[in-house]
Design a protein around this ligand. Structure first.
Ligand SMILES: Nc1ncnc2c1ncn2[C@@H]1O[C@H](COP(=O)(O)OP(=O)(O)OP(=O)(O)O)[C@@H](O)[C@H]1O
Length: 256
């Protein structure tokens, strides 16, 4: 599995939002972190990679070029967890999972689907809530259901738009540990838009730092998370060090 993104540009109407986005090829088993301040283009890039938004340039995954195979075939391999959690309706998580899987015509028997849903709910701590109406669940739990809906598709390319924004510290780690394990075991690729730089440093193999729709830096966390990049893009003064567990750590001193 390999994802290539070269010279990707995207527009809303006539306004260009993404400008010639390129980053190093992503191999199976890797998590890519998309970083950048509000409105830098992370969600737009996600939507281009999922095929939801039109784009120009080269987007090639597992030998298929997005702009050649078309959205329908592309979407068979891709699942997105959008920035917004599933709406707080009267549906239960179980009903939502079943209706989504059947609407997507996922090729599982009832028994297989039931087992898969059970496994995902178990991994995400949702088993006790599976028969509760969504509107009775917390924002964090509904965010986890958004992730469960992406997992049920067993995608080769998993796109996560701020997947942990509503989660507490414990669940942030559980979710990203799970994504890491999945991509490593399945050889799939995940791209996650993240605001938390320490989580990005800890879980991502490659970081892509955006500013106003352009790539400012891409590479390993050590290469991208440096004082000058963070001062330029986020207007913050930082000190960067290594935690004793070997992760890059960003100490934010203050706004510039
Ligand atoms: N549907 C749309 N129509 C027109 N412009 C849009 C639309 N969606 C986003 N934009 C613009 O595109 C730019 C990039 O937005 P985008 O949502 O991709 O940024 P982001 O980095 O994901 O931001 P955030 O961190 O706040 O979620 C912004 O200037 C935004 O106003």
């Amino acid at each position: 599995m390999r994802l290539t993104v070269k010279n990707l540009s995207a527009f809303y109407g006539k306004k260009q939002i993404l400008h010639d986005i390129s980053f190093p090829d992503v191999k199976g088993g890797m998590i890519v972190g998309l970083l950048g301040p509000n409105a830098s283009g992370k969600s737009t890039l996600m939507k281009c990679l999922s095929g939801e938004n039109k784009s120009k340039g080269d987007v090639i995954f597992d030998g298929d070029c997005l702009h050649v195979v078309g959205r329908k075939k592309w979407s068979e391999k891709v699942a997105t967890m959008p920035q917004t959690a599933p709406a707080p309706t009267a549906l239960t998580p179980t009903e939502l999972m079943w209706s989504t899987a059947r609407a997507l015509a996922l090729p599982y028997s009832n028994k297989e689907l039931s087992r898969k849903i059970e496994g995902i709910f178990d991994a995400l701590g949702l088993s006790d809530f599976q028969l509760d109406a969504l509107h009775t669940l917390s924002g964090g739990k509904r965010q986890l259901i958004g992730l469960a809906l992406a997992f049920i598709r067993e995608p080769e390319l998993l796109l996560l738009d701020e997947p942990t924004s509503a989660l507490d510290l414990h669940w942030r780690m559980i979710v990203l540990d799970l994504v890491k394990r999945k991509v490593q075991e399945e050889g799939s690729v995940s791209i996650a838009a993240l605001h938390d730089l320490d989580l990005a440093a800890r879980y991502c193999d490659l970081l892509v730092l955006l500013e106003q729709g352009r790539v400012i830096a891409s590479g390993t966390p050590q290469e991208v998370l440096v004082r000058d990049n963070l001062a330029r893009v986020y207007q913050v003064e930082t000190e960067i060090d290594q935690s004793k567990h070997g992760y890059t750590r960003v100490d934010i001193i203050g706004a510039l």
